[in-house]
Design a protein around this ligand. Sequence first.
Ligand code: CA2
Length: 147
Amino acid sequence: MAKVVYILNGPNLNLLGKREPEIYGHQTLDDVHQMCIAQAENHGLDIVFRQSNAEHDLIDWVQEAREAAHAIIINPAAYSHTSIAILDALSACTCPVIEVHVSNIHRRETFRHHSYVSQKADAVIAGCGVEGYLLALQRAATLLKES
Ligand code: CA2
């Protein structure tokens, strides 16, 4: 049975590739999903890929992943900088958690420099564009092989 990686995306990431390409690039979230399917296949992993603009969906999905996932990759988007609730949900998970940001949040406005989620994340990838999701999957594969 293939191990399962949940890839969760927060608010406004449905707009990827449709606006602000100078910050977020030209690839859409659908493109990212397809790229992740291919990368996961290379590593013999299954993925569950979701996006929501609602904080409670992300919390529900993290709770679902707590039971169903072997690793979680999450781009909490703006909730990274505000959500103790998502941090608490992730803190209840024992599997590896990898946080991804498309942009380099440390080179942007100061309110983006702090992420609550980073306190729980085993790894943080920022500023690699959408390739960050593929790097996260690669890291998840390494961690899951080690475990
Ligand atoms: O760089 C990232 O991946 C972020 O998580 C993206 C969030 C932002 O609030 C974080 O600080 C960093 C925003 C996602 C919104 O994505 C858009 C894409 C295209 C057009 C408008 C927004």
